[in-house]
Design a protein around this ligand. Structure first.
Ligand code: ACO
Length: 328
């Protein structure tokens, strides 16, 4: 049995915020943001839009594209680090209910920006084991609600959005497949990118917890250095495992955190940067949603042909990283 990506749906909020608009909120500029990250714009959820709203919109499109109804889904996996609720219930359950998916288990996968890679690997295992026929895998994020809008070192980097895929079972002879992923974690670096308060480690205490402690904090330099290494190690691992050369890949579909991270990794290895699909200019970092949004865009542009070899690579808080080979 093989697992294949049967369809994709993506959704980004209508509200588009440019770097120039960002410069009216914090002391920054289009020149600084673009030169350091490759970002020009990001999309921002409405005040009443939560991760599940974005995720459900993308998931509905994925079901429509597959031509299947909600009753055919056996499992809903939702990758997010900006859930609707703190801890419970899972955002996957909210999406399951919005879509009327009545015969499926539902759970969140929490691996920050590597979340889609982790969730896709979980889906692949369920499908290949024969315990689920169709799995809905969603990446949905609203970082605009967890960033400190007064901290220019982080708020310029993120955007909101969602992407979803239907992963289905196929015969062993299928030319399309999702390959075994590399999943990795360096938990000792947990505090390089985290929200320090509001959880059970440091509870929110009214009148005592400073508001900024509730938002995302990041050691940018540290994460940058980790990310370059994670991109290189993941792609090289996938190539070595498959006995392939970089030239055998059609595209790398990376997590979109910073175009300069991808350029640095490609330069260090002598890899062709044009094989990396980069759309960060329009969406900024949408965390667990960035890889499915990229896949959805590539498909809409007619870039993906049956049998093409893609390598995904994700990296982020945890610190987590990983990726998989996909034969389209
Ligand atoms: N506008 C203008 N100036 C800025 C801004 C800004 N938005 N942000 C920082 N600066 C200033 C700093 O204050 C600093 O000024 P100083 O020298 O006077 O102190 C200067 O620019 C350089 O700051 P650095 O932090 O050294 O800038 P750097 O070149 O490292 O770039 C960046 C920062 C873009 C954040 C980079 O470190 C990076 O991309 N890191 C990785 C981030 C990442 O990928 N995070 C997501 C991981 S995925 C996940 O799980 C969420």
């Amino acid at each position: 049995m093989k697992a294949v990506i049967e369809s994709i749906g993506i959704y980004v909020p209508d509200r588009r915020m440019s770097n120039d608009e960002m410069a009216q909120i914090v002391d920054t500029s289009d020149e600084w943001i673009y030169s350091h990250t490759g970002i020009h714009n990001r999309h921002i959820a409405a005040p009443d839009e939560a991760a599940s709203d974005l995720g459900a919109a993308a998931a509905r499109k994925a079901l429509d594209a597959a031509g299947i109804g909600p009753e055919e889904i056996d499992l809903v996996l939702l990758a997010t680090s900006t859930p609707d609720y703190v801890g419970l219930p899972s955002t996957a359950c909210v999406v399951q209910d919005s879509l009327g998916i009545s015969n499926a288990g539902a759970m969140d996968v929490m691996a920050a920006c590597s979340g889609f890679v982790y969730a896709l690997e979980t889906a692949r295992n369920f499908v290949e084991a024969g315990t689920a026929g169709k799995v809905l895998v969603v990446g949905a994020e609203v970082y605009s609600k967890i960033i400190n809008w007064q901290d220019r070192t982080t708020c310029v980097l993120f955007g909101d959005g969602a992407g979803a895929v239907v992963v289905s079972a196929a015969d062993d002879s299928s030319e399309s497949w999702v390959g075994k992923a590399l999943l990795a974690s360096e938990g000792k670096e947990a505090e390089s990118l985290y929200r320090s308060h509001g959880g059970t480690r440091n509870r929110y205490v009214e009148g005592e917890t400073p508001e900024e402690e509730l938002y995302l904090k990041m050691n940018g330099r540290r994460v940058y250095n980790f990310a370059v290494r994670a991109v290189i190690d993941t792609i090289q691992h996938l190539l070595d495992e498959a006995g392939m050369r970089f030239e055998d890949l059609d595209y790398v579909v990376p997590h979109q955190a910073n175009a300069r991270i991808l350029e640095a990794a490609a330069k260090r290895k002598g890899w062709d940067i044009d094989k990396f699909y980069i759309n960060i200019a329009e969406y900024a970092n949408t965390s667990a949603a960035s890889i499915p949004i990229a896949l959805g865009e590539m498909q809409a542009k007619g870039m993906l042909k049956r049998g093409m070899k893609l390598a995904t690579v994700g990296f982020g808080s945890g610190l987590t990283y990983g990726g998989s080979l996909i034969s389209w």
